[in-house]
Design a protein around this ligand. Structure first.
Ligand code: XMP
Length: 494
């Protein structure tokens, strides 16, 4: 009888079982751990530790600098999507890096002979609301802010900056503390203090907004210089985007590919790793064999072949791996090499997120969960009296048409030639990222409490699964009642 490498064709049907979130539950265990005392600190890549084990997906309806800043301030990590030019990627990274530092080093400056109009558009482009005015040799001459500019925009937008700027500048030296800067700001009723060297040359800037924000976010993900951390997605062959992101200060570069167990992708990812200082996480994968191909050089492995809410990869291609099995298969290999694992996609509830960790992940990545927040790109739309935001797969026709789909494509096709692996959709509007993340992490800590684990590593080791029947699954959801008030962390049939 003719044989395939795996036996006869009928033997091929003796298939292993693969499980996903709804197939399992965590077994409750004896515990002394109060949920709010459980530490969610985790490592997301070789050199990056987070207080909150959560990442936002690299999708053009989810993570741009706005959401990445909010994620990092609240302890997680935003991964910028790559449906933009390489220059825009670098600018987006800089926006996140600039958001919270005490002394901003890479200061956006104006020159005295620029027009007011010019400076206004520069400030908008660079995401700042004021800029020191410096001479060619770096000496600080003045400072210009949105408030100075506004009247000029109405009547004299071609006037030079030297006319609109405030020229009595209060400066500080490099050893300035947050307290000193606040006192200067209080005394002189100002919101920005340029930091200068002994010759009066600009070396940085301290802003009121920066000081207040740093104080507010005690769990924030920060680099060694106190700047917010940020991840950046790059195509598997986009060395230019990877090096630009790295130079702009990205902490983690994510090789963003629908099927990273591809020899060309593996080789290119290895090459990118050799060219950047940032950690390099590679994905997506879903099997032990893929993990083995990457684990010797990757700083992290990202898992998910088709579990995402907007993904149609499994039905379009017939390939995929249910997520709990995918995560555990990869984690078996990764743990031997001390490489962190990120479970990406398919997480609808906090319970799914903590199940992914029990299956061996160190952190989770979510798209739809965050797409409805204020900080995600796009505006709120109203349909049948309910509020939504747009959410689309990066392999959907819309995303591919606007340049983001090479994760799922090789060449630029004509419109009708697209073979999408994702859909365009809407997701309920959810309000602020901080409150969504609070619900997610609170639910995960609750899971840790049921298992009696005070840390993520302890939880990974101690937790056990039980298999759930479809009757058990039904029992898990609210049933036999009519829900009268929406809970902040649950809606049926999501
Ligand atoms: P969730 O379930 O959190 O999933 O919305 C987000 C993840 O889905 C992946 N992704 C896609 N997968 N086709 C796919 O098969 C797509 O068009 C697509 N877009 C995003 C991605 O891994 C993301 O983090």
């Amino acid at each position: 009888m003719a044989k395939t490498p795996h036996g006869t064709f009928s033997e091929k049907l003796r298939v292993p079982e693969a499980l996903t979130f709804d197939d399992v539950l965590l077994k409750p265990m004896e515990s002394r751990v109060e949920p709010d005392e459980a530490s969610t600190e985790t490592r997301v890549s070789t050199n990056v530790t987070l207080q909150v084990p959560v990442l936002s997906a690299a999708m053009d309806t989810v993570t741009e600098s706005g959401l990445a800043i909010a994620m990092a301030r609240n302890g997680g990590l935003g991964v910028l999507h790559r449906n933009m030019t390489v220059e825009e990627t670098a600018e987006e990274v800089e926006r996140v890096k600039r958001a919270d530092e005490l002394i901003i080093r890479d200061v956006v400056t104006a020159s005295p002979d620029q027009t007011v109009r010019d400076v206004d558009s520069m400030m908008e482009r660079r995401g700042v609301s004021g800029a020191p005015v410096v001479a060619d040799d770096g000496t600080v001459l003045g400072i210009i802010s949105g408030t100075d500019i506004r009247p000029y925009l109405e009547v004299g937008d071609r006037d030079e900056v030297r006319e609109a700027m405030t020229d009595e500048v209060i400066t500080a030296s490099e050893d300035v503390t947050a307290r000193d800067a606040l006192e200067l700001m209080y005394e002189h009723k100002i919101e920005r203090v340029p930091v200068v060297d002994d010759d009066g040359k600009l070396v940085g800037l301290v802003t009121m907004q920066g000081i207040l924000q740093r104080r507010e976010y005690d769990q924030a993900a920060r680099d060694d210089e106190g700047r917010l951390r940020v991840g950046v997605a790059v195509g598997p062959f986009e060395t230019d985007r990877a090096t630009a992101a790295d130079e702009a200060g990205a902490d983690v570069v994510f090789i963003d590919c629908a099927h990273a167990h591809n020899r060309n992708v593996v080789d290119s990812a290895r090459d990118i790793k050799s060219q950047v200082d940032a950690d390099v996480v590679v994905g997506n994968i879903g099997t032990r064999e893929a993990a083995e191909a990457l684990v010797d050089f990757a700083d992290g492995l990202k898992v998910g072949i088709g579990p995402g809410s907007i993904c149609t990869t499994r039905v379009v291609s017939g390939a995929g791996m249910p997520q709990i099995t995918a995560v555990s298969s990869v984690a078996d290999v990764a743990v031997e090499h001390d490489v962190p694992v990120i479970a990406d996609g398919g997480i609808r509830y906090s319970g799914d997120a903590i199940k992914a960790i029990a299956a061996g992940a160190d952190a989770v990545m979510l798209g739809s969960y965050f797409a409805g927040t204020d900080e995600a790109p796009g505006r709120v739309i109203t349909m049948n009296g309910k509020k939504y935001k747009q959410y689309r797969g990066m392999g959907s026709v819309g995303a591919m048409r606007s340049g983001g789909g090479d994760r799922y494509l090789k060449d630029e096709p004509e419109d009708e030639e697209y073979v999408p692996e994702g859909v365009e959709a809407a997701t309920p509007y959810k309000g602020s990222l901080a409150s969504e993340l609070h619900q997610l992490v609170g639910g995960m800590q609750s899971g840790m409490g049921y298992v009696g684990a005070e840390s993520i590593p302890a939880f990974k080791e101690r937790s056990e699964f039980v298999r759930v029947s479809s009757a058990g699954q039904q029992e898990s959801h609210a049933h036999d009642v009519v829900i009268t008030d929406e809970a902040p962390n649950y809606s049926p049939g999501e």
